[in-house]
Design a protein around this ligand. Structure first.
Ligand SMILES: *Cc1c(COP(=O)(O)O)cnc(C)c1O
Length: 432
């Protein structure tokens, strides 16, 4: 299996190269040369197969021999060594809880897989490897946790000041060691564009072997397929495939689900649930792609004004909008609707959603008004404790703080202040 750049101006590379580079030299995203269909026996027997075996069989063709089977098996086993329960919330909506990993959000899966792959690929590298990552919330914590203490790898995380929750900020800034957090006086889009510019800069690249840990990296994107298989495994009515609703910001997570479906996992239609950053819902309606500055919302990990993974979704459907719309719809949900959903679901069922899961829940309920007999699940992408203010605002109650979180909150914060200015960032990188 090789990967080509969606900009078509760079040579094709194998999984190892794509994982190390992150982005193709022509700034395109890497995309698999072909879509390996999942083995029919995997789908038929899924209920009796162990998680590690399922995901090993799913990911093996994508890795294309760049990792020995026994190394790959160890990596996937460590990647999914926590639960992924599909919890019924109402008669027709279940919640796929993706927050049982070390940083309480779904990004642990991609980050754990990627950091272990890079650790293996770069174990004999002489130059210092620097992972650059821009985060709108949970990426940074997951990446920091995944790489913490990995020798020869330095991680530099850029995050928008005041736009991540206190728990998220602690997860970025408390670790230290080979993890450095830069607190940028700007938005997530500023952070992302500084990272993009660094990758294009000759001087920086001469000094650092740069790699990207954002969701554009194939080693983060592809393993996000795993928990769609786990959801299907737990879905009891196999003759009625579930409607899948994904809270979406940069569109990596939903793109992985659509890839799983395109390669043979029997899932129903997908709904991309967005907050006020409604570039994709607008695109599906008007066929115009109009990236904008991100606006701040309660579901801050989805505050993305130019969702970079969407080009991969287009590619999955041969750039045919009509074909895409058969599988994917999208909806924008306001902060007021998000809060009302948290409150309503909590009062009706006792189930506590985080703001991201609530955006998805609201979108799926709206879909079910149009499709009254449909059933589905949402991806609950983060633990509600990461967003205590929103939860309190919605329900009037304080959320119980798990011990891992209270310990974390007592650690000192270590962050470097940074202007949203590439020259300053460049100087910083060159000084290291
Ligand atoms: C990152 C994130 C999202 C958005 O995922 P994308 O892959 O960027 O679409 C949704 N919810 C939470 C909690 C996140 O951290």
């Amino acid at each position: 299996m090789n990967y080509y750049s969606l900009n078509h101006q760079s040579p094709n590379v194998n999984f190892k190269e794509a994982a190390i580079r992150g982005q193709a030299p022509d700034k395109g995203l890497y995309f698999p040369e072909y879509l390996p269909q999942v083995d029919a026996t995997l789908v038929q027997n899924i209920e009796s197969l162990p998680e590690a075996e399922i995901v090993f069989r799913v990911i093996q063709p994508y890795v294309g021999g760049t990792l020995p089977d026994e190394v790959l098996f160890r990596i996937v086993s460590e990647t999914v060594n926590f639960p992924f329960p599909l919890v019924p919330v109402t008669e027709s909506i279940a919640s796929l809880e993706l927050f049982h990993g070390p940083t309480l959000a779904f990004k642990d899966v991609g980050a754990r897989f990627m950091s272990r792959c890079l650790g293996y690929f770069l174990k004999d590298e002489k130059k210092k490897v620097t992972v650059l990552v821009a985060t709108s919330g949970d990426t940074g914590g997951a990446v920091a946790s995944g790489f913490y203490g990995v020798e020869g790898v330095e991680v530099i995380i850029l995050y928008p000041k005041g736009r991540v929750s206190p728990v998220q900020e602690q997860q970025l800034t408390a670790l230290g060691k080979n993890i450095t957090a830069l607190e940028v006086e700007g938005s997530f889009d500023d952070c992302q564009s500084m990272v993009k510019l660094a990758f294009m800069d000759e001087l920086i690249n001469a000094k650092h072997l740069l790699t990207s840990a954002n969701s554009i990296n194939v080693a983060r994107w592809l393993p996000q397929q795993f928990y769609y298989f786990f959801a299907y495994k737990q879905w009891s009515d196999k003759t009625n495939p579930p409607v899948v609703t994904v809270p979406s910001g940069n569109f990596g997570n939903i793109c992985a689900g659509l890839l799983a479906k395109a390669t043979g996992l029997p899932l129903g239609p997908f709904i991309a649930a967005c907050n006020a950053n409604d570039i994709v819902p607008e695109f599906l309606q008007t066929a115009h792609w109009q990236p904008r500055k991100a606006v701040a919302t309660l579901s801050n990990a989805m505050d993305v004004g130019d969702p970079s993974n969407f080009v991969r979704i287009l590619q999955l459907f041969d750039r045919q909008l009509a074909q895409l719309k058969e599988h994917l719809s999208a909806e924008s949900v306001s902060d007021a609707e998000t809060l009302a959903t948290i409150k309503d679901v909590f009062e009706r069922t006792g189930y506590l959603l985080d703001p991201h899961g609530a955006v998805a829940f609201h979108a799926l309920e709206n879909y079910q008004v149009q499709h009254p007999h449909s059933k589905g699940f949402i991806l609950e992408t983060a633990h509600p404790v990461k967003f205590p203010d929103a939860v309190k605002q919605a329900t009037g109650t304080d959320i119980a703080i798990p011990e891992v979180v209270s310990t974390l909150m007592q650690q000192p914060k270590k962050a470097v202040a940074m202007q949203p200015d590439f020259a300053a960032f460049k100087e910083y990188l060159l000084s290291r």
